[in-house]
Design a protein around this ligand. Structure first.
Ligand code: NAD
Ligand code: DAU
Length: 350
């Protein structure tokens, strides 16, 4: 049995990843630590109730005592750190929680992992660790900043984050790197492009547009709608993290992306057509401050060195995602009640 701590496992990518791992590795035990913020939802994981290889703990990754307790109790051998404040628009309104969760939370986890994993607990400079341990930091392509019309993000580029969210993720990447350099803590960092798929909270572009279309609400497009993102189905992100967890070379950073560049307006029109709605729902609104124009991933390192490949085409993945939202209207209704109404009103002026 391998005991893997997944943080943020009740969120969008986290809940997909926890289920992916339990399906793929029946011999592993997954310990999911999640604070259940507005973005965390245990309904995403309800099919796991009664699974003896799955443990859920409601806790804050910034809480050192609780993280220490998790390591002491479950003999954690790997950490996949996904817990984060993840929405750029929220980081523009309220940056501080992005810094505490995304940076301090990561540093607390690194410290506790170092304490439990080093071979000589009395030696503060010990660089020898238990066999097979690893800290995997789930980061984002946004740490590289924005691209012009051409070019791709490669792992060796300098970090030039533009939003409080991406700056906090970049800071976390640097602290993870520093623990590897200074203390020899085994680690990898993954930097993935935009994900889509089931269980994504409808504050992000694709589920927000699906939900608004279904309710015949305006579709708010920031600026000219020509910003480009490189879309990847969440299941492909999960298989890439799995690959890096098992085969990633210590200390290395891996970009993850599926070569699927699309302008925002194209995506919105695709959703409108798939749901049989009218383009008159589109409303161009004030642009996001500091809005990154284009992201695009060079995925040659992970594909050539680790043999990872995405499975989904964008067309099939989008159709499946739209079908999932149509089949799970109850899930959407639950997550958009309460706080979401307030958020939406403040964000989009309704
Ligand atoms: P999400 O917002 O859906 O989920 C985040 C989860 O973290 C939630 O369950 C939340 O409750 C939990 N959390 C927040 N603060 C916490 C804390 N202090 N302690 C414990 N748990 C806490 O995010 P997501 O879209 O699933 O993203 C997951 C990770 O992947 C993030 O680190 C994000 O930066 C990264 N990422 C996301 C994308 C994307 O397109 N969504 C792409 C690349 C990387
Ligand atoms: O690139 C990876 C990142 O992708 C992750 O690290 C982030 O956690 C994730 O939120 C995502 O960031 P983006 O800012 O790219 O995603 P978002 O869905 O918020 O926006 C996608 C694009 O759509 C962006 O150009 C802004 C635009 N947009 C978004 C919303 C919510 C609109 O035009 N209107 C909207 O209402």
């Amino acid at each position: 049995m391998r005991n893997i701590l997944v943080t943020g496992g009740a969120g969008f990518i986290g809940s997909n990843f926890v289920k992916y791992m339990l399906d793929s590795y029946p011999e592993y035990r997954i310990i999911n630590v999640d604070l259940l913020t507005y973005a965390g939802n245990l309904e995403n994981l309800k099919e796991l109730s009664g699974n003896p290889n799955y443990i859920f703990i409601k806790a804050d990754i910034r809480n050192r005592d609780m993280m220490d307790d998790v390591f002491a109790t479950y003999n954690i051998e790997a950490v996949v750190n996904m817990a984060a404040e993840s929405h750029v628009d929220r980081s523009i309104v309220e940056p501080e929680i992005f810094l505490t969760t995304n940076i301090i939370g990561t540093q607390v986890l690194l410290d506790v992992a170092k304490k439990y994993w080093k071979l000589n607990p009395d030696d503060k400079y010990c660089r020898d660790y238990k066999a097979g341990v690893k800290f995997l930091q789930v980061s984002t392509d946004e740490v590289y900043g924005a691209l012009g019309e051409r070019g791709l993000f490669v792992e060796t580029m300098p970090l030039m984050p533009n939003s409080p969210y991406s700056a906090s993720k970049a800071a976390a990447d640097l602290i993870v790197r520093a623990y590897n350099e200074t203390f020899g803590l085994p680690m990898n960092i993954t930097r993935c492009s935009n994900n889509y798929g089931p269980y994504q909270f409808p504050e992000k572009l694709i589920p927000l547009m699906i939900n608004n279309c279904l309710n015949d609400k305006e579709l708010p497009i920031y600026g000219d709608g020509m910003q480009v993102r490189d879309w990847l189905h969440v299941a492909d992100h999960c298989s890439a993290i799995d690959m890096v967890l098992h085969k990633g070379v210590d200390g290395e950073v891996y970009n993850i992306g599926g070569n699927n560049e699309k302008a925002n307006i194209e995506i919105v029109k695709l959703i409108i057509n798939a749901l049989g709605k009218s383009e008159s729902l589109i409303k161009y609104v004030k642009d996001r401050p500091g809005h990154d124009r284009r992201y695009a991933i060079d995925n040659r390192k992970i594909t050539s060195q680790l043999g990872w490949e995405p499975i989904y085409t964008f067309e099939a993945g989008m159709q499946e995602t739209i079908d999932w939202y149509l089949a799970n209207l109850g899930w959407v209704e639950n997550v958009v009640s309460g706080d979401y109404v307030k958020y939406y009103g403040e964000m989009y002026g309704e």
